[in-house]
Every structure is written in structure tokens, then in C-alpha cells.
Design a protein around this ligand. Sequence first.
Ligand SMILES: C[S@@+](CC[C@H](N)C(=O)[O-])C[C@H]1O[C@@H](n2cnc3c(N)ncnc32)[C@H](O)[C@@H]1O
Length: 404
Amino acid sequence: MAKEVKITKLDHFGRGIYFDDNKINFVFNALPAEHVIVENIKENSKYNESKVKKYVITSPKRVEPFCPYYGICGGCHLQHMTYEDTLDFKKQKVAEIFQKFNLPNSNIEIIANPNVYNYRNKIEIKVREKKVGFYELNSHKIVEINECKVAKSPLNELILSISKLGLNNADITLRTNLNDEILIWIKTKEDIIVTRESFDKNSKIASIILNDKLIFGEKHLIFNFDKYLFKCSYDAFFQINFDVCLKIYEYLKSQVKENDIVADLYCGVGFLGILASDKAEKTYGIEIVDNAISDAITNSKINKIDNMYFMLGDVAQSFQKIKEQISFLIVDPPRKGLDKETIDTIIQNKIPKIFYMSCDPITLARDLAILKNYYEIKEVKIFDMFSWTYHVETICILEFKGNI
Ligand SMILES: C[S@@+](CC[C@H](N)C(=O)[O-])C[C@H]1O[C@@H](n2cnc3c(N)ncnc32)[C@H](O)[C@@H]1O
């Protein structure tokens, strides 16, 4: 049944909140102080989800979304706010999570994305029953799209060619570098024929991979970044926002010292470790994906970094094998954060300084709640890597409290 409600605040996914008989309700695309007529779309024992049928009183802070698919496509969550307000929302979100874990939260800084449109160098296109696009919000239904306003232009130019491949069901990863070269990785169970000619002849296609088979070019893309080059295999991780990464690079450089012995845990293709090693005395990198560590070794060579050593394996076990005293630790784990063994090794080795980079503020806060018994949290900075979404990239600088 539809009813009029007043939104009191935002949750951590950017949804409006109202209370009804002491039950919390979440409403997409509703701002604090707005009066909206809502209808329940999902009911749970603990919370409900509602959708706006009509705006009765709108917030003066509301803006027109810049993407025609906003509200249907699940990719962006904050386009009804100004960019400034999205930054405030993210700062508040991290501050609230830190408060819940009894962590200091008064000096959190947020660093803006210099280019808030067409910033993503990677998109994941879904094909389901011939429909080509992205998942709808909170669903596996497809919203068919011609363009993604946060993706880099060369990726957008390819979306039409994908519709012409004749696929019924597939997952397609598109990546591009700063030279506009493109890597296409198609994952499908269908028996299809794909060639270079299947795509626009004007696109700078560097690689086509069908499942794990090379169809055209190489099985990797070379990313140019500042004065460095990074080879990245089709299945290896690479950061999705070059401009924000430049800011992270400046920050990392300002924290590492010339005589540091660095360990870069979860190093991927060696991105942060190589940047650090250019200044530091020596760096160890640990990564679990085979292709990523081979790329990292190549990357250290092509960037003339001769003081970096790599280990293939699970950080939980491999990190303990480094016998040298690490003075500067970089950790950039997946969403699940650090495991117990890794936290124990950090504490036992009394590592003086940690650069903890995280894409999940909850697992970050959980880990910091343990580390704060041994470490002072010196700085907390959010880098707006994923503009217009509720996602945040947070970097914390930790310093060991005890005698080292
Ligand atoms: C967020 S990415 C960071 C990559 C890298 N720091 C960068 O900037 O490109 C996390 C990386 O951790 C790797 N990984 C995940 N679990 C791991 C584990 N248990 N041990 C080692 N590496 C792991 C993933 O393959 C991925 O490359």
C-alpha cells in the first residue's frame, strides 16, 4: 500500500531511510528531508525496501541524474546528488563505520576524482537472452545500454559491436589503456566464431580472448601510467581509475623512505610495489594469481626495477616466509580484508609502518580494531576511485606504538 513518509537520513548504500512502527525502511533515490510517497518492494523481518512512487517535497540538494539509465541500472547509486554531496556522503559513511568499531574518525580526508565522467578503464558487460547491458539495481535482470557515462569512451564505442556478435548468454570484460587500446575477454559456453572483423575496424583492439583462448593480439594489455608501463593479463587485477591512482601514487611516494624495506601484500601485477620500490631500498611482492605474479616479474623488468622480489602464494602463509625485517608494509587486500595469520605476522614482526589500502571500509575497520592495540592510526584518506557509486577506497597510515 502506498503511503507518504519523510526521509530522515542516508544509509551506507546512499538510500534514504525512514522508520515505520520502529522498522527501518530503505528507499533508493530519496534524500534526507524529502517527503515521498512510497510502496514496499521487499519485506524482511528486520527491514523493508521501498520505492518512490511520487516526490511530494523534494530536497533543494536534489539534482538531475546525468545518465538516462540511472535508477534502473545497478552501476551508480548517487547521481541524484551533487558531486560535492557524494563526497560528504562517503566521508560520513567511513566516519560512521569507524565510530562503530571505536576507531578515531575526526580527521578523515576525502580526495576528489579529477575527472568524474568517463573515468572507468574497465567494464563488465552482461549478455542474457540476447540482451546486452548491465545488471539492474539489486537484480540479475538486464538493462540494455548504448553507453555508460562513467566508462572511458573507447569502451562505449564497442558496446554496439557486442550486440552484433549474436550471443545469447555471456560475460564480457572490456578494458582500455591511455592509448585507447582495448582488451576484450568473452566468457561464454556458446559455440561462437569471433574474429577481429567482428568489431568496429576503427577501434584500437589489442586483444580478443574467448574464454581462455587467444583469438587476436596478445593475452594482455599494457597500461601506461606516469613514467611506468604495466603488463596486465586478461585475468589479472588492475586499478580502474588512472587519475585517482596518480593521486594515490603521490601519496605513497610521500610515505615511503629511501632506506625502506617494503613488502607489498596482494600485489597484483606489482602496481603499488613497483611504484614504492622505485624509491625504497628493496621490495617484496606477494600475490596468489599465477598470471598476475608473472606480469609483476615482467613489470619490474620493463620498468628497470632491480630491487623487487616476488612470491606466488597465499599471503597468509607466504608473508611469514620473509625473514628480513620489513620497515614499510603495503596491504591492498580483496574485500574480505586481512586474515588472522597475516595480522598475527604483522604484529609479531612489529612492522613500523603500514599503508593499508582497502575497498571495503567494514573489513578495514574490523582489521584496524585489532591493529589499533599495537598501532597508532596516523592518517585516514578516502580516494574517490568509484565516483557516483557508494563504494570507497580508503587508505590508512599506521605506525607501530611500541619500542621497535
Ligand atoms: C585489490 S587487488 C590489489 C592489487 C594491487 N595492489 C594493485 O594495486 O593492482 C587484490 C589482489 O589480491 C590478490 N589476492 C586475493 N587473495 C589473495 C591471497 N590470499 N593471497 C595473495 N593474494 C591474494 C588478488 O588476486 C588481487 O590481485
